[in-house]
Design a protein around this ligand. Structure first.
Ligand SMILES: [Zn+2]
Length: 485
C-alpha cells in the first residue's frame, strides 16, 4: 500500500487550515445560460424513453476530442432538450444508484444494493462474492408508478447488479436482463424491437448501456480513433484496485486509459443515434419524452484513483441529465444550473406521465423546466460499494457519505474521523480542502446532519430481509466487470 496516498488526506487539511481565510471576495458564479421560457404547458406525450448510460461522466455531453465531438448524437439530443448542469447521483455505484432512480429515495431507505461484499470476520479478509439487499418490497418502484398510469413497461438492462431477485424488475412487463456484458449494438437492437412492438400504446421503456464500464475495450471502429500512446498500459484495460493504488501513472498512460473510455462512449453514442432515428422513423418522436442520464460517473486519477464505487468527488457523483419533450422543441436548448439530485428523477418522470407521486424524498423538476426559479437544491450521497477492507486505514476511507449544498461539498467518514470539504465555486476540481470550522462548511455540515436525521426518522421501520448471495453465474459476470477484487 502506498502510504503517501493514505497519509496525504490527513496532512492536507491541517496545511490548508493554516492558509485558508476568506479574505478575497468570492468569485462571480459561472454565467447562467440564458433561459428561454418554453411556450405553453409541457406537451403531453404517450411514451417515455429513459436512456441510462452506465458510468457516464458529467463532462461527456459537448466533449471534444481531437477537434471533433465525441458524441454527435447526444449533442443533437441535448440541443432539443433541457439540460441540468448540476445533477448528482445518490451513490457512487450501480446498485444503490439504480435503487434511488427506481424509488425516489436515498439508498439507506430503499436498501437496494446495500452490503457488499461480505467480510469474513474470522479470516480477516473479504470473501469472494456479493451479498446484497434487495429494494424494499414496501417501496413502489418507478415502473409500478408507470403501470398505475396505464403504461406498458419494459426494460433492456446489462449490468449484473440489476438482478431481478433484488427487486429491480418489479413493475416491468418485460425485463430483458442479461448477466453478459452486452454491447450497445445488441442492446439497441433489442430496444428497437420492443419499441416497434409496443410503441403504439402508452409506454415506459428503459434502455441501459453498460459499454463504458470496465473493462475498457472499445470495438475496433472506435479503438484507435484518438491514437494515444499506451505506455505500460494495455487494452482491454482493467487493473485491480490494489494495483491502481500502488501505481504511479504517467500523464500518457492516464490519457490512454481515458481514450479507451472515450472510444466506448463514441460507440454508445452511435447506437443512441440509431435508437433515436428509429423513434423518428416510426413517428414516435413527436409523442415521446426522451430522458438521458447515467447512474454515476468515473474517475480518471483526478483524486488518485480510477473507476467508481467509493468516491464522492464530481467526476464520480456529478452526471448528465437531459430531458427532451415530444417533438423536440418545448424547452429545447435550455440549461438549468440549479443543483438537482437523483432522488428527483422518479417524481419528475412520474409527473411527465401524469400526477407526481406523494411521499418521495425528491421533487419533480417539471417546474424548473417551465422556468420556475430555484431556491437552491442540495444532494445527499451515501452507500459506497466497498464498505469493508482488510486494511483498517483504507476501510475508514471507504465508509463515507457526502453532501452538496449547491456550493460547498462535505465528504465525511461515518465515524467522523475523515472530513473533507470543498468550495466548488472557487475550486471546481476539489483540490483545496477547507477546514471544518470554516463557517460555510459548518453550515453545510449542519444541513447534512439534518438530512441524515431525516433519513433515520423516515427510514425503514421494519427489519429488512437479509442480504442474499448472488447466484454463481451473476458473481462470475461481476468479476468480469472488475468487482469482487
Ligand atoms: Zn453503474
Amino acid at each position: 500500500m502506498n502510504l503517501r496516498r493514505l497519509l496525504l488526506p490527513l496532512i492536507l487539511p491541517a496545511v490548508i487550515a493554516l492558509g485558508c481565510r476568506d479574505e478575497q471576495p468570492p468569485p462571480a458564479p459561472p454565467p447562467v445560460p440564458a433561459f428561454t421560457a418554453p411556450e405553453g404547458p409541457p406537451p403531453s406525450g404517450t411514451g417515455l424513453l429513459l436512456i441510462v448510460v452506465d458510468t457516464m461522466r458529467h463532462d461527456i455531453p459537448g466533449r471534444r476530442v481531437a477537434n471533433r465531438s465525441l458524441t454527435p448524437n447526444i449533442d443533437r439530443l441535448a440541443a432539443g432538450s433541457t439540460q441540468f448542469s448540476s445533477y448528482y447521483a445518490a451513490a457512487p455505484w450501480t446498485a444503490p444508484a439504480f435503487g434511488t432512480m427506481f424509488t425516489g429515495v436515498s439508498p439507506s431507505r430503499h436498501e437496494g444494493g446495500l452490503i457488499a461484499p461480505r467480510e469474513n470476520p474470522t479470516a480477516g479478509r473479504m470473501v469472494k462474492g456479493f451479498y446484497l439487499k434487495s429494494i424494499r418490497s414496501d417501496m413502489p418502484t418507478l415502473a409500478e408508478h408507470m403501470k398505475q398510469q396505464g403504461m406498458t413497461t419494459g426494460a433492456v438492462v446489462s449490468n449484473p447488479f440489476l438482478f431481478p431477485l433484488l427487486g429491480y424488475r418489479r413493475g416491468f412487463d418485460e425485463f430483458d436482463y442479461s448477466i453478459a456484458h452486452r454491447r450497445a449494438d445488441e442492446v439497441t437492437e433489442r430496444a428497437i424491437r420492443w419499441l416497434n412492438a409496443n410503441g403504439d400504446k402508452p409506454f415506459f421503456y428503459l434502455v441501459h448501456y453498460i459499454d463504458l464500464h470496465t473493462p475498457y475495450d472499445p470495438l475496433p471502429a472506435h479503438r484507435d480513433i484518438f491514437d494515444r500512446p499506451a505506455g505500460r498500459m494495455q487494452r482491454p484495460f482493467m487493473m485491480p484496485f490494489d494495483e491502481v493504488m500502488r501505481t504511479d501513472f504517467t500523464n500518457e498512460e492516464r490519457s490512454f486509459i481515458r481514450s479507451l473510455y472515450d472510444g466506448e462512449m463514441a460507440q454508445v453514442d452511435r447506437q443512441i443515434g440509431r435508437l433515436l432515428a428509429a423513434l423518428q422513423r416510426n413517428g414516435m418522436a413527436d409523442r415521446t419524452w426522451v430522458v438521458l442520464t447515467s447512474d454515476h460517473g468515473e474517475e480518471f486519477l483526478e483524486h488518485g484513483g480510477l473507476y467508481h464505487g467509493r468516491q464522492y468527488e464530481d467526476e464520480v457523483t456529478r452526471i448528465p441529465l437531459m430531458i427532451r419533450a415530444p417533438g423536440g422543441t418545448w424547452g429545447a436548448g435550455n440549461t438549468i444550473p440549479a443543483t438537482v439530485c437523483q432522488v428527483d428523477l422518479l417524481p419528475t418522470l412520474v409527473a411527465l406521465a401524469g400526477a407526481p407521486p406523494k411521499d418521495v424524498e425528491g421533487r419533480s423538476l417539471l417546474p424548473l423546466l417551465t422556468g420556475a426559479s430555484d431556491a437552491g437544491g442540495r444532494c445527499y450521497m451515501e452507500a459506497p460499494m466497498m464498505r469493508h477492507h482488510p486494511d483498517p486505514r483504507l476501510s475508514r476511507h471507504l465508509h463515507r457519505h457526502a453532501f452538496f449544498d449547491g456550493r460547498y461539498k462535505v465528504i465525511r467518514s461515518d465515524d467522523g474521523t475523515i472530513y473533507r470539504a470543498f468550495d466548488l465555486l472557487r475550486d471546481p476540481g476539489e483540490k483545496v480542502r477547507l477546514p471544518a470550522m470554516y463557517p460555510a462548511v459548518r453550515k453545510a455540515t449542519a444541513a447534512m446532519n439534518r438530512y441524515r436525521a431525516m433519513l433515520r426518522r423516515t427510514g425503514p421501520s421494519t427489519p429488512s430481509v437479509d442480504a442474499v448471495p448472488l447466484p454463481a453465474d451473476v458473481q462470475q459476470s461481476l468479476e468480469a466487470l472488475g468487482y469482487t477484487q
